[in-house]
Ligand binder design. Sequence first.
Ligand code: Z5A
Length: 212
Amino acid sequence: MDIESDGGFITFEGIEGCGKSTQAKMLYEHLIETGYGVVHTREPGATAIGRVLRETLLSTEFAGMDPRSELLLFAASRAQHVAEVLRPSLGDGKIIICDRYVDSTIAYQAYGRGLPVAEARRISDWASGGLMPDLTLLLDLPVEQALGRLSPDDLDRIELADIDFHRRVREGFRELAEFYPERFRVLDATQPAKAIHMQVIAAVNSFLDAII
Ligand code: Z5A
């Protein structure tokens, strides 16, 4: 792939509290300093439509949201994100750093909520027009440790799900990494942020070396 014309698409994934947002920001700053054209984005909430959907999806007011509604709202947010941010940025030859994408739908709505994996994948593929990341960095750590990093008074609707839900989500991510070893790199997220950052840079550098 020629980065001048095709860009590069990197995603961060993992259970909540795994440190994705911290690592995505550190990587963005590193790549900008190195001189790359980079777009830092996230799901849900990177577009005006996505922000409205994010509010609905995470609000504790909607505790009774059906898993299918949940999946479709994440898919709607993704369709807009692909059309408005991801495709145009790749067309401009940018490197995209995205905090969550399709793998979150498979891990949360299929493994977590129990919807069939094949259906979750089909709807996600339709919403994204088949756009998949080139490199996915999975920050993996035990659920208890990750949830312990969150503020207990400020949990959103999905964070409030029981611990077995979060365990299934973690298992889902780990299985996805086994299914797609060419795209995934699994990093030990129990380490200090700086140590993880060094591993992120190593993984991203070997990806960039391969495409430039
Ligand atoms: N979701 C879904 O179900 N389906 C989908 O298709 C998509 C998403 C796209 C998005 O909410 C929610 O939507 C999410 C999945 C679901 N589930 N929930 N809830 P979000 O974007 O608000 O939440 P999040 O993605 O889970 O991010 P987060 O809670 O902000 O956590 P994080 O990004 O993994 O971690 P962080 O913000 O970098 O760090 C969390 C805390 O840990 C913070 O205090 C840090 O200072 C600390 N931290 C960070 N790194 C470390 C290390 N290495 N050691 C110790 N402490 C650390």
